[in-house]
Write a protein of this length. Structure first.
Lengths: 281, 286
């Protein structure tokens, strides 16, 4: 066979396979939007569920997911960014650093449901937080850590060494250099990583199953030691546990969750591309 | 003072991995003492009758994961090659964000889509009693592991030195021949890493799998197992933990499955990590 013909065929096949990857993604999003958009109105977004969740709104689930995401952010950002600063600025190339890297890779690979078991064992039972927003947020935070650390470390390492040298030459201590020069430069990258980690937390179900999620709780949580409904678990409940659920309510819930997660994704992408274009170095 | 805090935060990840393992052991180890070992590795999982055979669950997980990887590997590598080597700029600008979007879609949404759209389609096209089968789960898992496979494979292709490509082209090979016979083989070990990480992702997936595989705890040994309901380890834990009393044998059993899952994914990631570390030392991930 003519080898240029072979090349043409090869490229077309590769393109087709990429299409096979992309088309189902559009199909999922399209289906959820088209079937769910009809359910979305002010009542759906701001009312308590009624009639065994078949009517009314999903307000407590939306609030619950926002609260859990906020709690995750509060716990995961300081630890994650701190860990990244250590790895990027302080760590020497020794066995301890390798152990940390190995731990991060493994944290990233631990199944979400195992995080749920761990959260149940440590936060809910051993520390006696009960099934609560604290327990759920902390569980999600540990799950989110590897994403935040990896992204933040990469952002810190991308800052050229000269920035640190100049800071030191002006008499700054190492920490002053990091705090005043390196961190501000790496901030967009760190924020992007944090958002990507948090959107993972917002969409996860398995880690909150036994640590915080309430099956049906038509009120807002009263404290951080209260249970709460959450969007992903609510979608799971109304699509598998409640017979005779109106399809539109299911798709509406899926749409709200998808919109929340994808808008976070969009924000992260915008921040990244905006600062990449503006960057001077 | 602050530097000390940062040092502690740096080490904290190691502590978390240790804590996770410790608490799994604390709640799960009793299972392996309370239940006779031939029951633990029996072929029937019926907790109500004190039958805690984990084989059907382990094999269920393996069946679904391996099928998913068989689907995802060619798609993922082809897409990575397409994005890195072939695609015009505009196609790359569309593909990369789309794959990121896929990585962001919550697994419960994919599971829901699988239940309501894919499963009915599979049922009618197979004429099977249910569309909730191992294959349905594998299909969704394949797409869930694609972002991991594509991005790691892309890094691997990226790390192949330009001189390799130049040499291929200078020998008179077409771009296609260079990609296929030089670049991809040079990226081989990186692609293996991609597959391992994708596998780790797939075996740990919970919600989507639980929603679309039908959850029948039976040994998937017959030829048509792929098109019948199956139950994975992750789905078992997620589905049953809500109903058990703390401290019961069944409770310990679910933590015991957690230990198995932890050890499995730990081993997979360790293997993947060791190839990454090796390559880093040799200069560049390939």
């Amino acid at each position: 066979m003519d080898r240029y013909l072979a090349q043409k065929i090869g490229f077309v096949v590769l393109g087709l396979m990429a299409l096979v990857v992309v088309v189902p993604i559009l199909l999922v999003i399209g289906t959820v939007v088209i079937r769910g958009i009809g359910a979305i109105d002010w009542t759906f977004l701001t009312q308590m569920p009624r009639d065994g969740m078949k009517a009314g709104g999903i307000f407590p689930a939306i609030v619950g997911t926002l609260l859990l995401t906020l709690g995750t952010a509060l716990a995961a950002i300081p630890v994650g960014v701190g860990g990244a600063i250590y790895l990027a600025e302080y760590a020497k190339d020794n066995w301890l650093t390798r152990a940390i890297r190995l731990a991060i890779i493994n944290l990233a690979g631990i199944p979400s449901v195992v995080y749920g078991l761990f959260g149940l064992g440590l936060f809910v039972l051993f520390l006696n937080f009960g099934t609560s927003i604290v327990a759920g947020s902390l569980t999600l935070a540990i799950m989110t850590l590897p994403i935040i650390i990896s992204a933040a470390e990469e952002a810190l390492r991308a800052v050229p060494t000269e920035f640190r040298t100049v800071s030191a030459s002006l008499g700054g201590t190492r920490w002053q250099g990091i705090r005043r020069v390196v961190l501000p430069q790496a901030l967009p990258g760190i924020i992007t990583g944090v958002i990507l980690g948090l959107l993972r937390a917002a969409g996860e179900t398995a880690p909150i199953l036994f640590t915080v999620a309430a099956f049906y709780l038509p009120r807002l949580p009263r404290s951080i030691f209260d249970q709460t409904m959450a969007l992903p678990y609510h979608l799971f409940v109304i699509s598998t546990q409640v017979p005779g659920m109106p399809t539109q309510v299911q798709y509406g819930t899926a749409l709200v969750l998808l919109a929340l997660v994808l808008s976070m994704n969009l924000v992260a992408t915008i921040i990244r591309s905006y600062f990449r274009r503006r960057r001077q170095w | 003072m602050i530097e000390l805090a940062i040092r502690v935060l740096g080490f904290s990840t190691v502590g978390f991995v240790g804590l996770i393992f410790l608490f799994l052991l604390r709640e799960g180890i009793p299972f392996f003492f309370e239940v006779p070992i031939d029951n633990v590795f029996g072929t029937r999982w019926y907790p109500t009758f004190d039958l805690f055979g984990t084989w059907p669950l382990i094999l269920g997980s393996i069946l679904v994961t391996v099928t998913a990887i068989i689907i995802a590997l060619p798609l993922g590598v082809a897409t990575a090659v397409f994005v890195r080597e072939v695609a015009p700029g505009w196609a790359r600008e569309i593909l990369k964000p789309m794959i990121e979007v896929l990585a962001g879609i919550p697994s419960v949404v994919l599971g829901f889509f699988g239940m309501t759209v894919i499963a009915p389609y599979i049922r009618t096209s197979l004429g099977a009693p249910t569309g909730l089968t191992a294959f349905t789960g594998a299909l969704i898992l394949a797409y869930m592991s694609l972002p991991t496979i594509i991005s790691v494979a892309e890094d691997a292709l990226d790390a192949v030195p330009k001189s390799y490509r130049d040499a291929g082209l200078a020998m008179g090979a077409t771009e296609w021949q260079t990609i296929w016979r030089v670049v991809v083989p040079a990226a081989r070990s990186g692609i293996v890493t991609a597959v391992m990480l994708g596998m780790g992702r797939a075996i740990g997936e919970t919600m989507a799998v639980m929603m679309v595989t039908g959850n029948a705890a039976r040994m998937p040994l017959s030829v048509d197992s792929l098109f019948r309901p199956v139950r994975t380890m992750t789905a078992t834990v997620a589905a049953e933990m809500g109903e058990v009393a703390q401290g019961a044998v069944h409770y310990h059993a679910l933590f015991g499955i957690g230990i198995i899952l932890f050890v499995l994914t730990f081993a997979i990631n360790l293997a993947a990590a060791s190839t990454i570390f090796q390559k880093r030392r040799k200069g560049g991930l390939r």
